[in-house]
Design a protein around this ligand. Structure first.
Ligand code: SF4
Length: 313
């Protein structure tokens, strides 16, 4: 059953330099229990998409389209209704826990906040729940650690605490924004294993936002590839690695260390000055006149495999 359905979503920021078109007509579904990876280069709009789902974008942003959560449009909900969903039904693990956590509050106080707010637990019961949660994300001596401040935690421990905070209300959907970025390889592997375990045990759906295709492949069932503001390919992890269709996806795979580390030629366009037609045409060796003028639609090329490219028209 579909848990979240994003339909023709657009999110544009208004700045002195012009409109920053971060999300431009995204359609995407997340099924119950599904783990979907949203991958793309830095600045392609994927974090904006994640923040739009929770209505956390700044006031200078125009958001259009529909974001249906269990059939209800998040974009038309009252502030009271969205507050009831945020953290309880849909939670977010933000990138960079050191800057996302409050430095003057103990980790225990911060992890307890969602249960105090949504489940109305008394402080003592909430702290007991926090201790159980920190234990489940494998933080040693949780009864002592709850009294410590974020700067007293290592990078890996802070990330574990963020995961605990995201999952403490047992949400239906977790949005994890670059949860392993900035961690060394060993800690990254531990966090991936931990997330696999907790997501499997809880059955929570996940939207994983990452620039790291290998992390997405480890944690997800399907992958949506984003290129300035648009989904340009969607497939199962297996199909994407075995039979990538879009020239950008192929380039992305070729840039992986185990596939030759070949960078994609050119640079991503500015979100203020996007090219006409296919957004990838200035970097695509297969571009034709049509690619420069017309925007390709996302078309079906296999079972749950979609691509936005005229080569498959
Ligand atoms: Fe390349 Fe044209 Fe396909 Fe865009 S539509 S990826 S420019 S071939």
């Amino acid at each position: 059953m579909t848990l979240l359905s994003i339909q023709n979503l657009k999110a544009h920021f208004h700045t002195e330099d012009g409109a920053v078109r971060a999300v431009n007509g995204v359609d995407m579904d997340i099924e119950e229990g599904e783990k979907l990876g949203l991958i793309g280069e830095t600045g392609c709009g994927k974090t904006v998409l994640g923040l739009a789902i929770l209505r956390l974008l700044s006031e200078n942003t125009t958001v259009e389209g529909r974001i249906l959560y269990k059939g209800q449009d998040i974009l038309t909900m009252s502030d009271h209704e969205i507050r009831k969903i945020r953290g309880k039904e849909i939670a977010m693990i933000f990138q960079n826990p050191l800057s996302s956590m409050n430095p003057v509050l103990t980790v225990g106080t911060q992890v307890a906040e969602p249960v105090e707010l949504h489940q109305h637990l008394k402080k003592k019961d909430a702290m007991q729940r926090v201790i159980e949660m920190l234990k489940s994300v494998k933080i040693p001596l949780p009864q002592e650690r709850v009294k410590e401040y974020p700067h007293e935690f290592s990078g890996g421990m802070r990330q574990r605490a963020m995961i605990a905070m995201g999952l403490i209300c047992m949400p239906s959907l977790i949005i994890a924004d670059e949860p392993t970025t900035g961690l060394d390889v060993t800690i990254q592997a531990q966090i991936i294993e931990l997330m696999k375990e907790v997501l499997r045990d809880s059955g929570t759906s996940m939207l994983l936002i990452t620039h790291d295709l290998t992390v997405a492949a480890e944690l997800c069932d399907h992958i949506a590839v984003m290129y300035p503001g648009e989904i340009i390919e969607y497939a199962s992890v297996r199909d994407l690695f075995k039979d990538p269709k879009h020239p950008y996806t192929r380039g992305f795979l070729d840039s992986l260390p185990d596939r030759g580390l070949k960078p994609i030629a050119g640079i991503s366009p500015s979100l203020i000055d996007l090219p006409a037609g296919c957004k990838f045409h200035p970097r695509c060796s297969l571009a034709t006149e049509r690619c420069r003028k017309e925007r390709p639609e996302l078309i079906k090329v296999g079972i749950k495999h979609y691509v936005r490219c005229f080569l498959y028209d």
